[in-house]
Design a protein around this ligand. Structure first.
Ligand SMILES: [Zn+2]
Length: 77
């Protein structure tokens, strides 16, 4: 299980909910997932995903891999 800190362990900045863009090179192709809900450090930009969003991302990536997409852009928002 992911532990989402309330204060950034890297810089002690505040962590607030927001959205981020996740991209992954699958070698056969590239997948970009926009508007992924995440917890983001306001100071250094480090990001944390909670378990539910991490699982959602994994599903999207697994499907893209299976379908051998060359370029896929998905929005979770
Ligand atoms: Zn930070």
């Amino acid at each position: 299980m992911n532990h989402i800190p309330t204060v950034c362990p890297l810089c002690n900045g505040k962590i607030k909910p927001g959205t981020t863009t996740f991209s992954l090179d699958l070698q056969s192709g590239v997948i970009v997932v926009r508007k992924v809900p995440a917890h983001i450090c306001q100071q250094c930009g480090e990001e944390w995903l909670d378990d539910e969003q991490a699982a959602n991302l994994e599903k999207i990536v697994a499907r893209a891999r299976q379908q051998n997409v060359q370029l896929e852009m998905v929005s979770m928002g």
